[in-house]
Design a protein around this ligand. Structure first.
Ligand SMILES: Nc1nc2c(ncn2[C@@H]2O[C@H](COP(=O)(O)OP(=O)(O)O)[C@@H](O)[C@H]2O)c(=O)[nH]1
Ligand SMILES: [Mg+2]
Length: 314
């Protein structure tokens, strides 16, 4: 990626992804290059490669598997960094392929209710805006529910996305009960023949127990209107947080029954390797990646592209 390109210039999502994962891919690439030059492959080299992979957040199982795969047929031979990168890309793709699944919006549930959860600042509201744009462009009637009633700014932010995407927004006063808001929104969506209801939520972690109680209550209340709702629970994860994403998945999965992941901020200085560890451990579907703050900066998650970006294969 050319660093002199002005920020406003439109980059493709692939350029943004490879740019964002550059920190991971180039430190991986240069560390591997240092390890393999002027040496023949032996056990110690494979252990060093495994350490490099661990530092890239890929997780212990995947790191061990990749270094074992590098070793196959190559003992006592010289190898190149590119050979290692190719093995990394192949093995990472194998882990990611089973979780790369599109978000399927059922036609029988009306509205199809998508609850969006995640910690503060992970990109929930922005992702809702991007999704609203995408789903309306596909010809669906979308409604937004401002379930983050905790901060006035969060309600305003969702209203702006509502205007931008021409989607009605159901919002209450700051500090009002988010579960009753969700209840009202689903009732209104049903009456208004809405196809998809996107429910925003608060994500303050400073009081984890309270947050999780609130989420449980939202789910319970949605079920009073439609026993099958929510039809999808998307957990939005910020790619820059690294290892912390693992505990976020556990906490939110336990409380809200996460059905799929969206990883945002893969355009920044991302630590996307964690997605590989997550895929290996939790096997939750990954639907989309966020590659910017704009309305179009949401791309479907594809295993090969992501694997190549991590490995630094152009
Ligand atoms: N660079 C980048 N920024 C993002 C992305 N998604 C969200 N953001 C920004 O992250 C910040 C927090 O997003 P927000 O949607 O308010 O998070 P929320 O608290 O989970 O609702 C905002 O400044 C967003 O513009 C992304 O994919 N890439
Ligand atoms: Mg928000």
């Amino acid at each position: 990626m050319n660093d002199t390109i002005p920020e406003k210039t439109k980059l493709s999502w692939w350029q943004r992804l490879t740019g964002g994962l550059k920190r991971t891919s180039s430190s991986l690439g240069s560390a591997v290059a240092d390890l393999v030059t002027k040496r023949k492959l032996d056990r110690a080299m494979l252990e060093d490669i495994e350490d490099v992979l661990l530092r890239a957040d890929l997780g212990t199982e995947v790191a061990a598997r990749i270094s074992a795969a590098v070793g196959v047929g190559r003992y006592d031979k010289t190898i190149t960094a590119d050979e290692v990168k190719t093995v990394v890309a192949t093995e990472v793709e194998k882990v990611l392929a089973p979780v790369a699944k599109p978000l399927v919006i059922g036609d029988t549930q009306k509205p199809f209710v998508i609850l969006v959860v995640g910690v503060n600042g992970s990109g929930k509201t922005t992702t809702i805006g991007k999704l609203a744009a995408k789903l309306s462009a596909e010809g669906r009637k979308v409604m937004l529910a401002a379930g983050d009633t905790f901060r006035a700014a969060a309600i305003e932010q969702l209203k702006i996305w509502g205007e931008r995407t021409k989607s009605p927004v159901i919002a209450g006063a700051q500090g009002s009960d988010s579960a009753s808001l969700a209840f009202n929104a689903l009732s209104a969506a049903r009456d208004g023949k809405i196809d998809v209801l996107l429910v925003d939520t608060a994500g303050r972690l400073q009081n984890k127990a309270e947050l999780m109680n609130e989420l449980e209550k939202i789910v319970r209340v949605l079920k009073k209107v439609d026993a099958s709702a929510p039809h999808a629970v998307l957990l939005v994860l910020d790619a820059t947080v690294g290892q912390n994403a693992l505990s976020q998945v556990e906490a939110f999965h336990r409380t809200a029954g996460v059905t799929g992941l969206v990883m945002t901020k893969l355009d920044g200085t991302a630590r996307g390797g964690i997605l590989v560890a997550l895929a290996e451990r939790h096997k939750l579907p990954v639907h989309f990646i966020g590659v910017g703050e704009g309305i179009d900066d949401l791309a479907p998650f594809t295993a090969r592209d992501f694997a190549q970006a991590i490995a630094g294969i152009e």
